[in-house]
Design a protein. Structure first.
Length: 294
């Protein structure tokens, strides 16, 4: 088995080097890591060039293609490099445990249709367009669970058969739910998405989230992220012809446009603006990068 991967980075060369070091310290480490650079400047390029490690390869996107565009390129390069399993990583999200890859790959053969492995996963309500949290009680009863999506930054490993089947994240998403888009398309093609329960539980204990209940709504630190979330969920619903999901999103987010005013007029107006723009850009077919995330 050939195991490699890619890391998406954007203007964080020092953080990237720390993450690379942790990845190569894994008990099962990748034979090859592609650094997919979304940065506008050359600082990351120079640091990688001076970092003498034959296992690291560098690809400069030439523009900020977002996590979606960079992930599509990373999957393409890893499959072309002959990798059997591909690590999908971000520059600031190294594996939490030194044996994460070893523990994940131990489950690669539990299902002949296993296409994706991950440390944390969720169910997804395709009618409502809502991610559903898995109860800790369920995780304690099983060795692994089949989920609908692996959470972002949770050491997702992709079987190269998925890539060979022509499944990639939609580059037009730019930012937000690119993992969801990818996993839902893989699931529709018959691939299983598996999360080992022991890793899942260990991470919940690490972050004191075994009994966590997600609030129905909370004030957002970045309303630009809200814009990308809604617009991209609409795009995913169209791509997968989930009309019920699109209709439910319209109802739910129309309410959220007004609900934001409970946090004051300034927040409420900005929330109203960003959600309205998400609706408008979806209807007008405006895709890709529309706002900076800095």
């Amino acid at each position: 088995m050939k195991f490699g991967g890619f890391i998406i980075t954007y203007n964080r060369p020092e953080i990237l080097l720390i993450t690379l070091e942790k990845i190569f310290q894994q008990t099962i480490s990748p034979e090859l890591i592609w650094v997919i650079d979304n940065s506008e400047g050359l600082e990351t390029d120079h640091i990688i060039a001076s970092h003498l490690n034959s296992k690291i390869k560098y690809y400069r996107m030439g523009n900020n293609a977002g996590p979606a565009g960079a992930a599509a390129k990373g999957l393409e390069l890893c499959e072309a490099s002959g990798m059997d399993w591909i690590y999908w990583g971000d520059d600031n999200d190294p594996p939490f445990f030194e044996n994460t890859f070893e523990r994940l790959l131990a489950f690669k053969d539990v299902n002949p249709f296993c296409g994706i492995l991950g440390s944390v996963g969720h169910f997804f309500d395709r009618k409502k367009g809502v991610i559903k949290r898995i109860q800790s009680k369920l995780l304690e009863k099983k060795e692994y669970v089949e989920v609908d999506v692996v959470a972002g930054g949770m050491s997702m490993l992709v079987n190269s058969n998925v890539v060979r089947d022509g499944i990639f994240p939609n580059k037009d998403l730019f930012f937000g739910f690119e993992e969801l888009d990818f996993c839902l398309k893989a699931s529709r093609r018959g691939f299983s998405i598996i999360v080992p329960c022991s890793i899942f539980i260990d991470l919940r204990k690490l972050h004191n989230r075994t009994d966590f209940e997600r609030p129905k709504y909370k004030k957002k630190a970045s309303l630009i992220r809200e814009y990308y979330s809604l617009r991209n969920l609409f795009m995913i619903s169209d791509e997968l012809t989930l009309r019920s999901m699109r209709n439910q999103l319209m109802k739910k987010w129309s309410i959220k446009m007004l609900y934001g005013f409970r946090y004051g007029p300034a927040y409420g107006l900005e929330n109203l603006k960003m959600i309205s723009l998400a609706f408008y850009h979806y209807w007008k077919g405006i895709k890709g990068k529309t706002f900076n995330l800095d």
